[in-house]
Design a protein around this ligand. Structure first.
Ligand SMILES: C[S@@+](CC[C@H](N)C(=O)[O-])C[C@H]1O[C@@H](n2cnc3c(N)ncnc32)[C@H](O)[C@@H]1O
Length: 285
């Protein structure tokens, strides 16, 4: 199964972004600390679902297994997780997350395109948490491998996620003498499967799609602006993709310009709020 159209990020871009598993944990901590919405998006995603009969779970772009702890005691005692991720470093931490729930599990280090070799109707719960925008071309395959009566749960961002920060980039690029692209790759990534277009993309492949809005923003005061900069820095291979490829020596200047722009904005406006609206899609077959 090949991606339809141009692949926005290469395997290397994704691996460089997510190979430091510890960074992802710190990033999640920053999100929790500065989010205005204090509900846990996983509780919202799984609320009122009867999962007692679920025994085959597929976790796509699983990372360290963000969802797993919330499934403890909710599945069949025979439940078995399969996590797939392109980053091998997630293996141990994923296996440990599964073990802590008492269920069985395995980790497959591969590209999501490998699901084309999986049997049809093999899983009764499939999860894609903040990952489907990397491989929206896999939706049809996801529907094929989901059992009748099964559920696919996907969580994704708004297409405007982080735009209050990334909107500074074109001006910063001009400032350091680089021609800005029409739209930066990170925005294109979020647009590939977003709160706004997710329902339309999923509807042709499932019997029913429910959308649950999770409104949120991350609010950083001037005193905490370093956490905001750190959070963005962890996404540098996604945010500065075009510049890394064409002008690798200028990335540091661009990062510094973005950090300064954010700091000045926050100083003038008593902080900065970043869009962190998400949506949960529950798809039934
Ligand atoms: C934002 S992280 C989300 C991780 C986890 N699901 C969570 O909610 O914390 C996106 C994950 O998707 C994985 N990923 C992206 N593209 C992939 C691909 N083509 N095949 C397999 N994994 C991929 C990345 O390695 C990363 O772990």
């Amino acid at each position: 199964m090949e991606p339809i159209g141009e692949k926005l990020y290469s395997r290397d871009d994704v691996v460089r972004t997510y190979r430091q598993v510890y960074d992802l944990l710190v990033t999640k901590h920053i999100i929790n600390t500065y989010s205005t919405n204090k509900d846990d998006v996983r509780d919202i995603a799984l609320k009122d679902l009867d999962l007692r009969g679920v025994d085959k779970i597929l976790d796509l772009g699983c990372g360290y297994g963000f969802f797993i702890e919330k499934l403890k005691k909710r599945l069949s005692p025979a439940a078995c997780f399969t996590g797939i991720d392109i980053v091998e470093n997630n293996r141990d931490v994923y296996i440990n997350s599964v073990a802590s729930t008492g269920y069985k599990g395995q980790f497959i280090n591969d590209d999501i395109s490998c699901i084309s070799s999986l049997e049809s109707s093999a899983y009764n719960l499939i999860i894609a948490s903040y990952s489907l925008y990397f491989f929206p071309w896999a939706i049809k395959e996801i529907s094929r491998i989901l059992m009748d009566g099964g559920i696919f749960v996907s969580v994704t961002h708004s297409r405007h996620a982080l735009s209050e920060a990334t909107d500074f980039l074109p001006r910063c690029m001009k400032k350091i003498g680089i021609n800005p692209p029409g739209e930066i790759a990170l925005n294109k990534l979020f647009e590939q499967f977003s709160l706004e277009n997710g329902e339309k993309m999923l509807a042709p492949y499932f019997k029913k799609v429910d959308k649950i809005l999770y409104q949120n923003e991350m609010v950083f005061s001037v005193e905490n602006i370093e956490d905001c900069i750190y959070y963005l820095e962890k996404k540098r291979h996604l945010i500065y993709k075009e510049v890394m490829e064409r002008y690798p020596k200028r990335v540091v200047d661009l990062e510094s310009c973005l950090a300064q722009s954010i700091y000045h904005y926050a100083k003038k406006n008593n902080g900065i709020s970043l869009n962190k609206d998400d949506a949960v899609f529950r798809c039934y077959k």
